[in-house]
Ligand binder design. Sequence first.
Ligand SMILES: C[S@@+](CC[C@H](N)C(=O)[O-])C[C@H]1O[C@@H](n2cnc3c(N)ncnc32)[C@H](O)[C@@H]1O
Length: 344
Amino acid sequence: MSFVEYSDFIQDGDVAIVYLGHESMMPVKVQKGAQTQTRYGVIRHSTDLIGQRYGSKVTCSKGGWVHVLHPTPELWTVTLPHRTQILYTTDIATITMMLELKPGSVVCESGTGSGSLSHAILRTIAPTGHLHTVEFHQQRAEKAAEEFKEHRVDHLVTVRNQDVCKDGFGVTGVADAVFLDIPSPWEAVRHAKAAMKRQGLCCRQGAGQRGSIRKKGGFTSHCSGWMFSPESRSQAEHHCPKTLQPEATNRRQDVQRTCEALADQGFEEISTVEVLLRVHDVRNVSLPLPDFGPDPSSQTEPGAATAAEKAAPNHASVTIKTTTPPREIPGHTGYLTFATKPRT
Ligand SMILES: C[S@@+](CC[C@H](N)C(=O)[O-])C[C@H]1O[C@@H](n2cnc3c(N)ncnc32)[C@H](O)[C@@H]1O
């Protein structure tokens, strides 16, 4: 098992995802002789997991069953042990697309936090790319390094325990993309610039302008992208705008400071994106058919109902599929600011 390569069978030492239900999953480190308690009873690793196919249905000691899934960055994001606030898949998908991450990309990131974004980056840039991730909290840096090893992606990542605002990323002129998720990203802009490749220009503009990502003049082979999300994820701003108004204002000021710092450092095409996911509810709706009265052409005697009218009384209805938009949009997570380092 590895987070960047699929294997068919569960082995000793793997990290598997035990799926108890859609809202209930947990990661399990598979170890010979170990047991895991679930609400459906015990799972015995040696007999129930090792040697079984990923995706198998496993019966627990109380007779209930679970599915055992191969880990993916998406499943890790919803099951990982939180050491910090994390990025979720909706934002991660946008970041991956906007920074044009692909196999072979070299990426710098700070802070590592709980490693939610890092795992997604690693899966995208494997097998030949590299992630340089910087975290100034020592235990978090050590724990992340330990997890990367357990998940067999450590060959693709270098973890540095340092302050990105003071000491930068520890590399110069190598990164295709830089991502900052720290409280004061404007303090690290010059280090982001230094970490990026010297050449290259790639435009990453939000979809708003033309409904698609614009690219400029074929410089895409040497891309240098940059982005940040201020540490603004938290309670849904949309749920209680009044109580969170000052916080929201602070966040916008933070975005402004970052945009100014980017412009001062010569970055171009600066844009800020907020990703709000609206999941529409698809459901069946039953609508009554209009009653146009008896069909005059098929009537035998005035006032007499036909056989068809007797079989289909006038309260007939039709069932159609429809969608309803959500009443609330939870999950404001942050503002994502993208910019491009121009060719020097
Ligand atoms: C919100 S968390 C990052 C979460 C991460 N993106 C994820 O998806 O799991 C922010 C992290 O940045 C770290 N951090 C804050 N300021 C830093 C700095 N100047 N240098 C390095 N790390 C920093 C914090 O210790 C924290 O772990």
